[in-house]
Write a protein that binds this ligand. Structure first.
Ligand SMILES: [Zn+2]
Length: 109
């Protein structure tokens, strides 16, 4: 990062990740919800593949497909939410803190 304090030109800048954390959490929840539909598709595929191995294979395939789908959705949503949160923190909420003069500022967009 090559930005600096607009008041004292110090490059000693801290970044407060308040919204980024919230964004990551919300994104993870939203992603998991979206992943639920993926999980459903995953369980369908898993059941189809598992059917080759008999009734037990159907159950195992269904469960593992659902877990995988939910996991993928959750991770993707978390990354997306964190990205969005970081943008809000840096450019909107003045969460960049100068460690020299204590000035809080937004990054230029
Ligand atoms: Zn400063």
């Amino acid at each position: 990062m090559s930005f600096q304090c607009p008041r004292c030109n110090s490059r000693n800048i801290a970044y407060l990740r308040t919204v980024m954390k919230v964004g990551a959490t919300v994104g993870a929840v939203g992603g998991a919800a979206r992943g639920a539909s993926t999980a459903f598709a995953g369980s369908q595929i898993g059941a189809t593949v598992g059917a080759l191995a008999g009734p037990l294979g159907i159950t195992i395939g269904r469960v593992s497909g659902a877990i995988l789908g939910g996991l993928v959705g959750g991770v993707g949503g978390c990354a997306l939410g964190a990205q969005l949160g970081e943008r809000l923190d840096r450019h909107v909420l003045a969460n960049n803190l100068c460690l020299v003069c204590g000035h809080r500022f937004n990054l230029p967009t």
